[in-house]
Design a binder for this molecule. Structure first.
Ligand SMILES: [Cu+2]
Length: 151
């Protein structure tokens, strides 16, 4: 039994280091808007770059301190902007997808504790079937407006 335990822990450790040594997706500028008072949902944004030579499939599983999390896309429907849930995103080899307000984004629902500017929220993804956690920084919604890319 001791041997079995040892073997399984080595397996877990080597899988982990494999994922670390061979990242599929590079995430930059990962951020979540601090939820507005009285609102049960907020948005998360990040730039995703597939740094491999094959397509990457990204799904979202959960986020710390929130009850639920989904990936959404923004679509125009009858002249109005609407959001719909997407189960997964596929990014072609070497391509970059920016999750941003008005485009693809992450929705986080029902915070289980107070979420403050400066907090770091761990968000749990499945990337090509492998679980990976990334840190998202909580920012003030107003700070986003000063970004030159959102004129
Ligand atoms: Cu949404």
């Amino acid at each position: 039994m001791k041997h079995l335990l040892l073997i399984s822990s080595i397996l877990v450790a080597s899988q982990f280091s494999f994922a670390e040594a061979n990242p599929v997706i590079e995430m930059t500028d990962a951020r979540i808007f601090a939820p507005l008072k009285g609102s049960n949902a907020t948005g998360g944004y990040v730039t995703l770059k597939n740094i491999t030579k094959s397509p990457a499939v990204i799904m979202i599983r959960k986020a710390k301190s929130f009850k639920a999390v989904e990936m959404h896309e923004t679509i125009e429907k009858d002249g109005r902007m609407a959001m719909q849930k997407v189960e997964q995103l596929t990014i072609a080899a070497g391509q970059t997808l920016e999750l941003k307000p008005g485009g693809h984004h992450i929705m986080l629902f029902d915070a289980t504790s107070e979420i403050k500017v400066g907090d770091v929220i761990k968000v749990d993804f499945l990337i090509n079937g492998t679980e990976e956690k990334f840190d998202f920084k909580v920012i003030d919604r107003a700070a986003q407006k000063t970004e030159p890319s959102h004129h």
